[in-house]
Design a protein around this ligand. Structure first.
Ligand SMILES: Nc1ncnc2c1ncn2[C@@H]1O[C@H](COP(=O)(O)OP(=O)(O)OP(=O)(O)O)[C@@H](O)[C@H]1O
Length: 478
């Protein structure tokens, strides 16, 4: 970071009298006046110190004139009044990073939210605004990892150092899928996880903390929460705090990090709220004019370094199931794997409700997964696409009116669709069915066999919510 001008450095020193004063408070937006020589720059963190009350962190978003800045509050502004002294922190918000945070739940400022001991004073700190890793220091993504979830491994594989997202409307299973992936990772992948809970229900966040604590997964995890009850500024900056932690482990300790974000749409939504509060003109569909750059500022920082990587798995809420929503498209362009959850599959109970045709991954490439895998994925997609084409005819005339060839195709496609469902470990408590993880080899062999007619004689139900094909075959017994 560039050196501070002398006047600003002196004014930011902890013991120095606060040079700024709150001029106006409008909800989450606070205008602060400073002497013109030390007007803080954009992105600088400010500390408002109301007498007799806890301090409050703000972030400068615009300079209104030569002595006024407009800032957004990262904490609740209740009780903040005109005239309250404000000190500039001389740079962006710096959050504690490192091993002391492992196993902890923190907020956007890096303060504990789990009722535990305070974070030690000597913990190193890093600014939340940082440039992404230069291209020259990045490594190409190629190490595919198996999730054990058949439909993902087959049609939208994930890789270490890649970015993947689950897209879906309300209640189609995004959170369940992210939780299952956390579960899989904890068992198979020896790394650290940083979970950013952005704008979702506080109850879900609490449940995750308890689940992780009970299953012993918390020791290698940091939870960073800016849930729906927090001010928009906090929700907007929570992903940056989580990213800063992930980058620290990647760059300083050369450790692989899994970054989970639920929900990236809420981050965009918080940005839109902040933009509205700042009085900026809205852009398409009411989103902030800076939508693309805000999303890019987060997504570009998720990258694979020379020695270690940050792998991101994100949940993206799709408002009103509209996949052309500007927020959704702005996020989608940055991803390596897009897993689209379908409401009609969820309505039929075909969990995980991953749409086999809409989901895709850059890693489904012969150079990465091999020719045989790519060919099989294409064949599975073709079979399901053909079945969807025929569905209208079937609804009107019945299956019997189809040609013998199409009848066989429909039969196999329906079995394939069911074979791609699978019970999850995290849903065991309410489905009563033990979770299954399937090796990629078995997934490929199972799909190949079904396409070749190995399951033609079995009832469709034999394929529903099973692990391997052998399990389905074992259900044959009357
Ligand atoms: N794999 C699954 N197996 C069984 N049930 C599932 C599965 N996935 C989702 N469900 C059912 O769907 C419900 C909603 O799932 P989830 O909370 O993951 O949705 P969501 O897309 O995250 O919703 P929201 O956007 O409202 O947060 C679950 O409570 C569960 O009943």
């Amino acid at each position: 970071m560039s050196a501070l001008p002398e006047s600003l450095a002196a004014a930011s020193a902890p013991g120095a009298p606060a040079p700024g004063r709150v001029h106006a408070v409008r909800g989450g937006v606070v205008e602060v006046r400073f002497p013109p020589s030390i007007l803080p720059t954009l992105g600088t963190a400010l500390l408002a110190c109301p007498p007799g009350a806890p301090t409050l962190t703000l972030e400068v978003e615009s300079q209104v004139d030569e002595c006024t800045v407009r800032s957004v509050a990262l904490q609740d502004t209740q009780g903040l009044a005109r005239g309250v002294p404000v000190r500039s922190m001389g740079g962006p918000l710096a959050v504690p990073v490192g091993d002391a945070l492992l196993g902890r739940l923190i907020n956007v400022l890096g303060e504990p939210g789990d009722g535990g001991a305070p974070i030690p004073e000597d913990t190193p700190r890093r600014p939340i605004h940082r440039p992404p890793l230069p291209l020259g220091q990045r490594r190409a993504v190629a190490d595919v990892f198996e999730t054990g979830i058949k439909v993902i491994d087959l049609l939208a594989p994930l890789a270490l150092g890649s970015k993947a997202a689950m897209f879906g409307g309300a209640g189609v299973g995004k959170t369940v899928l992210v939780m299952e992936l956390i579960h899989v990772m904890a068992q198979t992948y020896q790394g650290l996880s940083v979970f950013a809970g952005v704008g979702e229900r506080t109850r879900e966040g609490h449940e995750l903390l308890l689940d992780m604590r009970n299953s012993g997964m918390l020791a290698n995890t940091i939870l960073v929460y800016g849930q729906m009850n927090e001010p928009s500024g906090a929700r907007w900056r929570t992903p940056l705090t989580a990213l800063t932690l992930a980058e620290y482990f990647r760059d300083e300790q050369q450790r692989n990090v899994l970054l989970l974000m639920d929900n990236v749409f809420r981050f965009v939504q918080a940005g839109a709220e902040v933009s509205g509060l700042l009085g900026r003109l809205p852009s398409r569909v009411g989103y902030q004019p800076t939508l693309a750059s805000e999303v890019a500022a987060v997504q570009e920082r998720i990258a694979c370094g020379e020695h270690a990587s940050v792998t991101a798995i994100e949940a993206v809420y799709v408002p009103a199931d509209d996949f052309t929503d500007p927020a959704v498209t702005a996020i989608a362009v940055h991803l390596d794997s897009r897993i689209v959850l379908s409401r009609s599959l969820a309505a039929e109970g075909m969990y995980p409700a991953v749409d086999p045709l809409a989901s895709q991954s850059r890693l489904l490439d012969p150079a990465v997964v091999g020719q045989a895998h790519c060919d099989l994925a294409r064949e599975v997609r073709e079979a399901i696409a053909r079945y969807r084409e025929l569905q209208d005819i079937i609804a009107l005339l019945g299956v019997a009116e189809l040609s013998a060839e199409d009848q066989t195709r429909v039969k196999r496609a329906r079995r394939l669709q069911r074979f791609l469902t699978q019970p999850f470990s995290v849903t065991e408590a309410f489905t009563g069915q033990a979770g299954r993880q399937v090796a990629l080899r078995d997934t490929l062999a199972g799909c190949r066999a079904i396409l070749d007619g190995a399951g033609d004689d079995l009832p469709e139900s034999a394929f529903y919510m099973v692990g391997t094909l052998d399990e389905a075959l074992a259900r044959k017994t009357p």
